[in-house]
Write a protein that binds this ligand. Structure first.
Ligand SMILES: NC(=O)c1ccc[n+]([C@@H]2O[C@H](COP(=O)([O-])OP(=O)(O)OC[C@H]3O[C@@H](n4cnc5c(N)ncnc54)[C@H](O)[C@@H]3O)[C@@H](O)[C@H]2O)c1
Length: 330
C-alpha cells in the first residue's frame, strides 16, 4: 500500500514515519523546500523522541520518500492525508483554513485515480466534507433517548464519581441532553406565541427513534408532560409505540388511530419521531386537516419551503429559522 501525506510538520512527519515503520510506502509532500532538503539530507526539522531513527531507517528501506512534486507524491497513493497547518487567523481567532483548501485543491487537480482523502488537519465543525461526518449520521434533534446511550453515559458518570475522579465531560453530556429534552415543550410554546392553553396539539411519533416500539428515555415523554402542564390538549400517534407509551403518559392524552386522525382539527403539529410514513404527509393535505397553521418539526423531516408556501408557520431544529432570522441556529 502507498499513501501520501501533504505537509511534513509535527503531525505529517511523525505519522509518515510511523506508517512507514508499519510497512506502508509513504510519500511526504512538503511545500517548504528548505525543510524538504534538510529531510533528504538526514536532518529532522522538529524534535520528537525516536523520530530521527525511524525516519532514517525507513528512508533507507525505501518506504519513506520526500518527492519534489505533489504529482509524484500522490501517484498511485490509495490515501492522501492532509496534514498542513491550521493556525489561528490573525485578528479574529478563527482557524485559518487557507492551507487546507489550497492543499485539497492541488490534490484534487492532480489526482488521476480514485483515492481516499483523509483530513488530519484540525478543521472547524462544518468544514468536514466526508459524508459520514455530518448529516448522514449526525442529526439535530430533541435529545437522545433509548435503551443504551442514556444508561451507559449515566453509568460511566457514576463509576467516575465513585472512583473519586468525576468526569466533567460525561456529566456535561448527560446534563446537556436532559436540558435539551426539557426545552422542547418551551420551544413548542414559543412557536405558538407563548401560550398553548386549550390548544390542540398533534404529536406524531412517540418512540425514541423510528422502527421501534421502545419508549425508554424517549424525548416525547417530557415534551408531552410539559405541554399538558401548560394546558394543551395532546393527541398522539405512533405506528408502533402507543401501547408502551400509554402507561408512561398523562391519562388525558388522546391516542389516534393514524397520523391523519391525529392532526385533524389540530392547532399545532409537533413531529417528534421520524417515521417514514410521516414524511409522506403533504403540506396541502395537512392544511386541509388541521385547524391551525403551526408546525414544529423536531427532526427536520419536512421541507421548510414547501410548508411555508402552503401557509404554515414552520419551525425546524438545529438550523437557522426564516421565521426568526435574528436567531442563531440551535
Ligand atoms: N488529527 C490529529 O491527530 C492532530 C493532532 C495534532 C495536530 N493536528 C493538526 O494537524 C495540522 C498540522 O499540524 P502541525 O503541527 O503538523 O503543523 P506544522 O506547521 O508543523 O506543519 C504543517 C506543514 O505543512 C506544510 N504545508 C503547508 N501547505 C502545504 C502544501 N500545500 N503542500 C505541502 N506542504 C504544505 C508546511 O510547510 C508545514 O511544514 C494542524 O491543523 C493541527 O491542528 C491534528
Amino acid at each position: 500500500m502507498k499513501i501520501a501525506i501533504i505537509g511534513g510538520g509535527y503531525v505529517g512527519l511523525v505519522s509518515a514515519a510511523c506508517f512507514a515503520e508499519f510497512g506502508v510506502a509513504v510519500a511526504v509532500v512538503e511545500a517548504d523546500e528548505n525543510k524538504r532538503r534538510m529531510l533528504l539530507a538526514g536532518g529532522i526539522p522538529i524534535y520528537e523522541p525516536g523520530l530521527d531513527r525511524l525516519v532514517a531507517e525507513n528512508m533507507a528501506a525505501g518506504r519513506l520518500t520526500f518527492p519534489a512534486t505533489l504529482q509524484e507524491g500522490i501517484a498511485d497513493a490509495e490515501a492522501v492525508f492532509i496534514a498542513v497547518g491550521t493556525p489561528t487567523r490573525r485578528g479574529d481567532g478563527h482557524a485559518d483554513l487557507t492551507y487546507v483548501f489550497a492543499a485539497v485543491e492541488q490534490v484534487v487537480k492532480s489526482l488521476d485515480h480514485p483515492a481516499v482523502i483523509v483530513t488530519k488537519s484540525t478543521v472547524p465543525v462544518g468544514t468536514g466534507l466526508d459524508g459520514r461526518i455530518g448529516r448522514k449520521f449526525l442529526h439535530p434533534g430533541p435529545g437522545f433517548g433509548g435503551s443504551c446511550f442514556p444508561k451507559d453515559t449515566l453509568a460511566l458518570m457514576r463509576i467516575a464519581e465513585e472512583a473519586g475522579a468525576p468526569s466533567r465531560l460525561i456529566q456535561s453530556v448527560v446534563s446537556v441532553n436532559d436540558r435539551r429534552k426539557g426545552d422542547m415543550a418551551a420551544r413548542v410554546v414559543k412557536a405558538c406565541g407563548g401560550d398553548v392553553r386549550d390548544k390542540n396539539i398533534a404529536v406524531l411519533g412517540l418512540a425514541f427513534k423510528p422502527e421501534t416500539d421502545d419508549m425508554r428515555e424517549a424525548p416525547s415523554l417530557p415534551l408531552i408532560e410539559g405541554l399538558i402542564s401548560c394546558g394543551a390538549n395532546v393527541t398522539a400517534f405512533d405506528p408502533a409505540a402507543m401501547e408502551g407509551a400509554k402507561p408512561l403518559l398523562p391519562a388525558n392524552v388522546t391516542f389516534a388511530k393514524d397520523a391523519p386522525q391525529a392532526v385533524t382539527g389540530a392547532d399545532v403539529l409537533v413531529l417528534v419521531t421520524e417515521w417514514n410514513e410521516f414524511r409522506a404527509l403533504s403540506p396541502v393535505r395537512l392544511k386541509q386537516l388541521m385547524r391551525g397553521d403551526v408546525i414544529v418539526d423536531l427532526r427536520n423531516v419536512f421541507d421548510p419551503k414547501a410548508m411555508r408556501d402552503a401557509g404554515f408557520t414552520y419551525q425546524g431544529i438545529g438550523r437557522a429559522n426564516e421565521a426568526y432570522p435574528e436567531a442563531a441556529p440551535d
